[in-house]
Design a protein around this ligand. Structure first.
Ligand code: GDP
Ligand code: IMO
Ligand code: MG
Length: 425
């Protein structure tokens, strides 16, 4: 099987960027399949740290190509900023020719961001907690069959098409929210960025990826966000606007389901969430604050403090089922060092009934977590490079999780750097 998939099993920020970077040398192509610059994928190596929003996390290896797939929504301004930053750091993607962009990927316009902001403002307390990058409105235009795609930038009437859609957005903003807002600066930056995008190889990604498959190349599909933010199966309406699950890799790249090989599901040794919405195991207390500080749990894209809590096994089991996960990656085990006791939610108490699955109306009726107490470990894990060095109590935690989840934990991450990764199986 030619296409492996790596995706998040929780509410995002599980460490996808780091692990994709670690796995990249084994692949010929890394392909992002959904989401947009709401993502912030962090990777660290050689004392350097990069946060990627749109560009796949395989960009630092010379023999690996990177594709922004058709399922992604692209903000040209953010993409240009990423490209410029990488160039400043000595990674000139135009010269290296290691970034391809799908013609069918949709474009985020400056007015999509205004619509996002206006909608959130109007919702007040009930807001989604969006990253305000224009993701929802852009996917709405895609499914509403109004959107502009990357391939359109090559058409002679692109500016007129842009104007038509922008005019529609400004009249919506005026009618729904009573104001439009100034976007002249962003508009100029948008067109400047479009000129840069034209210099990259724009491809029919479905043909490109299928050709890779035919010629025996290895492809890794990189997800963004996490399963619990999936538009269909996440904690709706507190979700993002794309399918973050394995199925999204098929539609977001144009590959058939039978081409999918390993599905690598990634989770933190505990759990976090940014933005609004239900979070059954949330620690809205001092302990949660401690986890946030030790784990540096602040958004890579927005800088917002992440909500923190214990690992949620019913949610993880649900994610494993939806994605067909074959291998697990556990990250941030090092953050739990020094906690005398840690806890895993094994069930929910849902209106007096003990259940082990995610109920439908998790947003209106909060399930109470049923927690199992587990002995913590004291040892600093960040210097560990061999399986033999893993403290017994951490090994017990991993064995417990493997038994509960019925999937092997293949990789263990003990720090943000590329080298802080162990292969367990
Ligand atoms: P992504 O969106 O899934 O790529 O994850 P983010 O980059 O948003 O958030 C993960 C954060 O944890 C980043 O700051 C990473 O550098 C960091 N990180 C990844 N793995 C580990 C780990 O095993 N231990 C620690 N301490 N940090 C990690
Ligand atoms: P990565 O790929 C964590 C959250 C937002 C908000 C909800 C909807 O880095 O894991 P949107 O901007 O999509 O309309 O926001 O989804 N969200 C993320 N949370 N990691 C992400 O990406 C996220 N992308 C969106 O905080 O609650
Ligand atoms: Mg992130």
């Amino acid at each position: 099987m030619a296409v492996d998939v790596l995706l998040g099993l929780q509410w995002g920020d599980e460490g996808k960027g780091k692990i994709v970077d670690v796995l990249s040398p084994d692949y010929d192509l890394i392909a992002r399949f959904q989401g947009g610059p709401n993502a912030g994928h962090t990777l660290e190596f050689d004392g350097k740290k990069f946060v990627l929003n749109t560009i796949p996390s395989g960009i630092f290896f010379n023999n690996t190509l990177n594709l922004i797939g058709n399922g992604v929504v692209i903000d040209p301004i953010t993409l240009k900023r990423e490209i410029d930053k990488l160039k400043d750091a000595g990674h000139d993607l135009l010269a290296k020719k290691n970034l391809l962009i799908a013609k069918k990927a949709h474009l985020i316009l400056p007015t999509h961001q205004l619509l996002d902001a206006a909608s959130e403002k109007k919702m007040g307390e009930g807001k989604i907690g969006s990253t305000l990058k224009g993701i929802g409105p852009t996917y709405m235009d895609k499914t509403g069959r109004n959107g502009l795609r990357v391939g359109d930038i090559l058409l002679p009437d692109f500016k007129e098409r842009y104007q038509k859609l922008t005019d529609k957005h400004t009249s919506m903003l005026q009618a729904l929210y009573g104001e439009v807002g100034d976007f002249s600066e962003r508009e100029a930056a948008f067109f400047e960025a479009i000129e840069l995008i034209k210099k990259f190889e724009l491809v029919d990604s479905e043909h490109y990826v299928n050709n890779c498959i035919k010629t025996g190349k290895k492809v890794l599909a990189e997800g963004a966000q996490g399963t619990m933010l999936d538009i269909d199966f996440g904690s709706y309406p507190f979700v993002t606007s794309s399918n973050t699950t394995t199925a999204g890799a098929c539609t977001g790249l144009g590959i058939a389901p039978q081409q999918i090989g390993e599905v690598i599901g990634i989770f933190k040794a505990y759990c976090t969430r940014v933005g609004s919405g239900p979070f059954p195991t949330e620690l809205d207390n001092e302990l949660g604050e401690e986890l946030r500080q030790i784990g540096h749990e602040f958004g890579a894209t927005t800088g917002r403090p992440r909500r923190t809590g214990w690992i949620d096994l019913p949610a993880l089991k649900y994610a494993i089922m939806l994605n067909g996960v074959t291998q697990l990656v556990m990250t941030k085990a090092d953050v739990l060092s020094g906690f005398e006791k840690i806890y895993a939610c094994t069930h929910y108490n849902y209106q007096g009934e003990i259940i082990d699955y995610m109920p439908y109306d998790i947003c209106t009726i909060k399930p109470e977590p049923v927690l199992k107490e587990i002995d913590g470990w004291n040892e600093d894990l960040t210097g560990i490079r061999e399986i033999a060095e893993i403290p017994q109590k951490l090994a017990n935690y991993i064995t417990f999780l493997e038994k509960e989840l019925d999937v092997p934990v293949k990789y263990l991450s003990v720090g943000p750097d590329r080298v802080q990764t162990l292969v367990l199986h």
